[in-house]
Design a binder for this molecule. Structure first.
Ligand code: AMP
Length: 121
């Protein structure tokens, strides 16, 4: 999938639309999901133009990759879910129902999160 510079997270990164920011580093930005599925639901994104995790891991620098993972850990600490537990998730492509074609790691927490996936019948 080609990167679409008009996706909603690219607009947030350019400051064209607002976001409730939680954490920002040189290469990453974290902000609250607009339709939270848990008391804590934050999205952590790289600032670079990457569609998905395999795109990011193939093209990003080691510094960008380290920065994103450090940002996820910092978000978990900042939002107080380390003790209670949290879940990270990154959807990619149609089967995962990725809506926004800019890599984002969901961080969920603040309540028991239930099973990881439902079994296919
Ligand atoms: P995904 O299905 O993994 O692509 O998730 C996309 C997520 O982006 C969803 O959880 C949306 O609620 C969230 N989202 C869409 N637009 C915005 C926005 N403007 N600000 C924050 N989160 C958003």
């Amino acid at each position: 999938m080609a990167y679409d510079p008009n996706n909603i997270f690219a607009k947030i990164l350019r400051g064209e639309i607002p976001a409730k920011r939680v954490h920002e580093t040189e290469h990453s930005l974290a902000f609250h999901d607009i339709r939270p599925l848990a008391p804590v639901h934050v999205l952590v994104i790289p600032k670079g133009a990457y569609v998905s995790m395999e795109d990011f891991s193939a093209k990003a620098s080691a510094a960008e990759i380290a920065d994103l993972f450090q940002a996820v850990g910092e978000v978990a600490r900042k939002l107080g879910v380390v003790e209670s537990g949290y879940r990270i998730l990154a959807n990619a492509g149609a089967d995962a129902r990725q809506e926004v074609p800019h890599l984002h790691i969901h961080v969920f927490g603040g309540r028991p999160l239930g099973p990881m996936l439902q079994r296919a019948e």
